[in-house]
Design a protein around this ligand. Structure first.
Ligand code: HEC
Ligand code: HEC
Ligand code: HEC
Length: 463
């Protein structure tokens, strides 16, 4: 009996060694779909070559896998790694998109910095699979090139010019049409957008309350209570899509939602237009902007969206620090920002607004919701509600961390008010296992102290 086991072990070792040698000689096949991705710069060409030989096998919707991957024992394990790896990061897609995915870039960068990839079972079979220092440098060079070209606001100091978090610009990059924004401001605060003239956008996104209502759930018409926490309208224009589940493509699309929502404003456009048409003064403003006195819903949404482009909150202490003013943050707060980077918070809360660029699920949704004491329902299904794609179930839009000190209560269920509670939840349930390192209470305090220095200015006034 013992002998048989020993023979089996010997055979397994022999198998691994043989495959290891074969792998050294032949490498992993690169499928045509990968090989044909056009590389637009020499940096991208290099990154593509490295990812092609060392990563694409587990990070592609059309992976090229070694010949033995089809053998029963190997195929189960390799299949699982390919599925998990690709679900977390589709590097073939990232290259196809010319690198234009802020979060995927930040995750790739973090995997290189923390040296987590490729995973150990791969390295056991692929002895030259580890990234060499020169390869890491080449991958980082491509990431930084894309970030500088596509995402940098050009405001960060040299130290932070390649950081996934960038200072907010002073104004909306595309410019704002002042008269339209002024009209939008009036409409944003106009209760006639609700059926019984009691609720405006500002009821739930109050400019004096950080663009929120400070409630767990919002109160709509006839005191009806919603089922998901209202995110801030500040900097919302930087979200890739709007709402926790991303069902609205942009702010104008989003602004069409609440008026028709029976729990929120419960009206219809005919009713709204009838009321606004009677307001001669406002109609004059409208006509000056749109060249007609005929109100329509598209223009109303358009004007509100234009106003929301002014809800940008630059010049927080954190931004001043990123721009090079090292006195803007205390030493502990600076450490907090470093920890935010080291502990991978920055991979999801990336970009100018520190979030809003991707939909993410907890590492183990069951464990997260059990811990939170929530029986997952529609609110928790998140992105799945909009796409009906099973892979999107439990993915929520990553909230923006700008002005976080004044946008509580937190999380989609608005059930936590203390940021010190959130940070460990994030580390234990959202930071991927391979990246996860314990956070001490002191470190949590430093991260929180940095986060609350993140309140900017709205039209020059402190939030
Ligand atoms: C044998 C399969 C395999 C190979 C090869 C591989 N990975 Fe992974 N990768 C995985 C798995 C599995 C995960 C999920 C890990 C976890 O559970 O945290 C992952 C996760 C990731 C993530 C997501 C991290 C996050 O923050 O969400 C990135 C980025 C990544 N890998 C990059 C790479 C790069 C770069 C390479 C090549 C140098 C590589 N991987 C090679 C299997 C692989
Ligand atoms: C009764 C409260 C209420 C009213 C009124 C209301 N909202 Fe909201 N708003 C919410 C809630 C709750 C959400 C999140 C809903 C979801 O994601 O499913 C939200 C989401 C948003 C978002 C998306 C933010 C993000 O990060 O995804 C924006 C922008 C927004 N509202 C702007 C507006 C505008 C503009 C109006 C007026 C036309 C308005 N809201 C009226 C409660 C309200
Ligand atoms: C894998 C992506 C991911 C990572 C990594 C991550 N977060 Fe989050 N974060 C989210 C998502 C998604 C939510 C919303 C969760 C919910 O509502 O249940 C969130 C919510 C938050 C909130 C509450 C924001 C609000 O307005 O409700 C804070 C604060 C926060 N994260 C900080 C952090 C910190 C600090 C870290 C690092 C320790 C971190 N996050 C790491 C995705 C991530």
């Amino acid at each position: 009996m013992k002998k048989t086991i020993l023979i089996l072990i010997a055979l397994a070792i022999l198998g691994i060694v043989t495959l290891g040698i074969i792998n050294l000689m032949v490498g992993i096949p690169v499928p045509a779909s990968y090989a044909s991705i056009p590389a637009t710069t020499p940096e991208m060409e290099q990154a593509k070559a490295i990812i092609g030989t060392k990563c694409q096998m587990c990070h592609s919707h059309d992976p090229g896998v070694p010949f033995y991957a089809k053998m029963p024992a190997a195929s189960a394990m390799i299949g699982k790694h390919v599925q998990m790896g690709t679900e977390m990061s589709d590097l073939q897609q990232l290259l196809t998109d010319n690198g234009e995915d802020e979060v995927a870039l930040a995750k790739l960068e973090q995997s290189i910095k923390l040296d987590t990839m490729p995973i150990l079972p791969f390295l056991a079979m692929h002895w030259n699979g580890k990234l060499k220092a020169s390869e890491k440098q080449a991958l980082l060079a491509w990431i930084h090139q894309v970030r500088a070209a596509k995402y940098s606001t050009g405001l960060a100091s040299t130290e932070f010019e390649s950081n996934p978090v960038q200072p907010l610009p002073d104004a909306w990059p595309g410019g704002v049409t002042a008269a339209k924004a002024k009209l939008g401001n009036r409409l944003y605060h106009d209760v006639r957008l609700s059926g019984d003239d009691t609720i405006s956008c500002a009821s739930c996104h109050d400019l004096k309350k950080g663009g929120t209502d400070h409630a767990q759930f919002s109160t709509g018409v006839r005191n009806q209570i919603g089922g998901i926490n209202a995110p801030t309208s500040f900097n919302a224009m930087f979200n890739v899509l709007q709402f926790w589940d991303g069902r609205a493509t942009d702010l104008a699309d989003q602004a069409g939602g609440p008026p028709l929502n029976p729990i929120e404003m419960d009206t219809n456009w005919e009713q709204v237009i009838e009321k606004l048409t009677k307001d001669a003064e406002l109609t004059k403003l409208y006509e000056a902007v749109f060249g007609t006195s005929q109100w329509n819903d598209q223009n109303i949404k358009d004007a509100i969206a234009e106003f929301e482009k002014t809800l940008i909150t630059p010049n927080s202490a954190l931004d001043k620090y990123l721009k090079g003013d090292s006195d803007a943050l205390t030493e502990a707060e600076q450490m907090g920002f470093a920890l935010f980077n080291e502990h991978s918070c920055v991979t999801c809360h990336a970009g100018k607004a520190m979030g809003g660029q991707s939909f993410e699920k907890p590492v183990d949704p069951k464990a997260y919701y059990a811990f939170r004491g929530i029986d997952p329902g529609e609110a928790e299904f998140g992105r799945f509600n909009a796409t009906k794609d099973e892979a999107d179930r439990y993915k929520l839009k990553v909230p923006l961390l700008r002005n976080i000190a004044v946008t509580g209560p937190y999380l989609h269920d608005g059930n936590i008010t203390d940021l010190k509670e959130i940070v460990p939840i994030m580390n234990n349930h959202f930071v991927p296992k391979l990246n996860r390192k314990p956070l001490s209470d002191d470190e949590v305090d430093m991260i929180v102290s940095m986060l609350i220095k993140n309140s900017g200015r709205l039209n020059g006034e402190p939030i």
